[in-house]
Design a protein around this ligand. Structure first.
Ligand code: FAD
Ligand code: NAG
Ligand code: NAG
Ligand code: NAG
Length: 515
């Protein structure tokens, strides 16, 4: 009796140890408890585990019963808690994933695609922003949202801003790690082009800043994608000047109203306009919407558009003048939203989504646009969102940061499709895949470039060879995101985390120079 019981236990333990052992999980939790206040730790049995896990999930596709969930969520309130988590994780062979705003398109900040025991470090509580108005700089914690950053800047001055994304709930941590693109990109570049310093907890649990981290690591964290190099706790950014009023417009053009001709022209006009003017295009069904911000008055904008882009038919009635901070809720939440609404961190979990991206370096011919609109007319079709580059974006060499999509890019395309939780999304994901295949001849090639912040695991996933992810296998997706910078990223990874502790399905594999 006793012996068969212990045999059963032995079988149970050996089974568990195949999936990273129970012993190391226990050891990890004990180690955490010794270093971090209990109320900052949420194990799966904690009553609040689910609400903490779901708190910033943006894509509910990754919040289902079959989603692989963390063993524990750590919500640090101090850098030392993050350092202790890394040390405990290394000692007990438990990997960690870091979450800032939870907007990752593939949910990699809080779920694992394959069964594994892992912990989530959720930085949402580390979210302070301190603005130095005189110096026009700010320190922002990774757990802040870009809405919180914008808000804090506007409280200090209405003549300062920061060039980053348009969705206020996006987390600074993941967003800056991958680039950070918004309506100021033609004037001031991406968020990473305006990062001056950062603090990082590395794979040894050390707290580093620009002075103490390797030069290549400071280069790598500004665009090399989240997770790979450690946990960035905070960023020092350079704030940028904006006029007291900016002018916004949004003009929809249906195919019947000439959308195809206007888009064909937009491709070459929008990336060549003065840097103060940004006109993006969003296509849904048979309508292209041209959405714009101009760093100046309506009168000046009318003159400019009259000479450069008369086809759009801009007139006085389209212009909405407002402060830069008012443009943030206006563009993303609609014209009834208030500036305070950009502080609302609650994400609406209404729809499942899938996205991917492209870069266009040669204008797409008009007859191809006709075909594109046929794709978009299908009942299962999604949308296309296109941001023009040029201006400041082109002023940086491809190797200045890991983000390589610079001179020569006309615009990027984001393809997105949505469906409700209650419905089967397979027709919608198939549409996205088929449309992406159709677009191949018309977009950048060798490599077909993609933006890491629009993460798509269909571009390729890491393969573990020995103890680490394979550089060779990573080239498939790595060159799309980073072009020739992928190798330097892998070498930076090899310097700071040769054991590949900070790993996920698309983290940078370590390359260690052979002696
Ligand atoms: C609704 C929506 C709108 C968007 N709009 C834009 C836009 O306008 N412009 C644009 O450029 N992008 C946009 N994005 C994409 C967005 O920039 C990326 O999804 C970004 O990675 C999200 O950052 P996060 O902190 O919210 O995500 P998270 O899911 O928390 O993190 C993303 C990745 O970074 C890692 N990571 C997170 N925090 C850290 C950290 N502190 N240190 C190291 N690694 C970290 C995570 O492990 C994960 O791998 C949008 C996304 C959504 C869902
Ligand atoms: C402005 O353009 C719109 C079409 O986009 C048109 O309906 C409107 O009459 C125009 N207004 C003026 C004042 O020209
Ligand atoms: C915050 O946003 C959520 C999701 O969009 C919304 O349901 C909620 O009403 C908002 N809360 C406030 C206080 O505006
Ligand atoms: C994997 O790592 C362990 C311990 O760090 C080491 O002993 C082993 O040799 C490594 N295996 C390979 C294939 O590198």
């Amino acid at each position: 009796m006793a012996s068969s019981q212990s045999l059963a236990l032995a079988v149970l333990f050996s089974f568990l140890s195949c999936n990273a052992s129970l012993a190391s999980s226990d050891g990890f939790l004990q180690c955490l408890s010794a270093a971090i206040p209990e109320q900052l730790l949420y194990t799966q049995s904690s009553p609040s585990f689910t609400s903490v896990l779901v708190s910033s999930i943006q894509n509910p596709k990754f919040f289902t019963p079959s989603t692989v969930r963390p063993l524990v969520i750590i919500t640090p309130t101090d850098a030392s808690h993050v350092q202790a988590t890394v040390v405990c994780g290394r000692q007990n062979d438990v990997r960690i994933r870091v979450r800032s705003g939870g907007h990752d398109y593939e949910g990699l900040s809080y779920r694992s695609k394959r069964p594994e025991v892992f912990a989530v470090v959720d930085l949402a509580t580390l979210c302070s922003v301190s603005v130095d108005q005189k110096a026009a700089t700010a320190w922002v914690d990774s757990g802040a949202t870009i809405g919180e950053l914008y808000y804090a800047i506007s409280k200090a001055s209405n003549l300062l801003a920061f060039p980053a994304g348009i969705c206020p709930t996006t987390g600074v941590g993941g967003h800056f790690s991958g680039g950070g693109l918004g309506m100021l990109l033609r004037k001031y570049g991406a968020a990473i082009d305006n990062v001056l310093d950062a603090t990082l907890v590395d794979a040894k649990g050390r707290l580093l800043d620009k002075q103490t981290m390797e030069t290549d690591v400071f280069w790598a964290i500004r665009g090399g994608g989240g997770q790979s190099f450690g946990i960035v706790l905070s960023w020092k950014v350079k704030l940028v000047p904006v006029p007291p009023r900016v002018t916004m417009f949004s003009i929809p053009k249906s195919v019947n109203e000439g959308a195809i001709n206007i888009l064909t022209k937009w491709q070459e006009v929008a990336p060549a306009l003065p840097e103060d003017l940004f006109i993006m295009a969003i296509i849904k069904k048979q309508v292209a919407k041209f959405q714009s911000m101009y760093l100046g008055t309506c009168d000046a904008l009318l003159l400019l558009m009259g000479t450069r882009f008369p086809e759009l038919g801009l007139n006085q009635t389209h212009c909405k003048e407002m402060t830069w901070i008012q443009s943030v809720p206006y563009i993303y939440l609609g014209n009834t939203a208030t500036v305070e609404d950009i502080l609302n961190r609650t994400t609406s979990m209404n729809s499942f989504s899938k996205a991917t991206s492209d870069y266009v370096r040669q204008a797409i011919p008009k007859d191809t646009w006709v075909q594109i609109f046929t794709w978009l007319a299908k009942p299962e079709a999604g949308i296309m969102i296109m941001d023009p580059y040029g201006g400041k974006m082109s002023s940086f060499p491809e190797s200045a940061t890991p983000f390589p999509h610079r001179a020569g890019v006309l615009y990027n395309i984001q393809y997105m499709n949505f469906w409700s939780a209650a419905t089967d999304g397979s027709a919608r994901t198939k549409w996205l895949k088929d449309f992406y295949t159709f677009m191949a001849p018309y977009v950048s090639q060798n490599p077909r470039e993609a933006y890491v912040n629009y993460r798509d695991l269909d571009l390729g996933e890491n393969v573990v060879v020995g103890n680490v992810t394979s550089y060779q296998a990573g080239l498939v997706w790595g060159q799309k995101y980073y072009k020739g910078n992928f190798q330097r990223l892998a070498m930076a990874k090899g310097e700071v985390d040769p054991d590949d502790y900070f790993r996920n399905e698309q983290s940078i594999p370590p390359l260690v120079a052979s002696k």
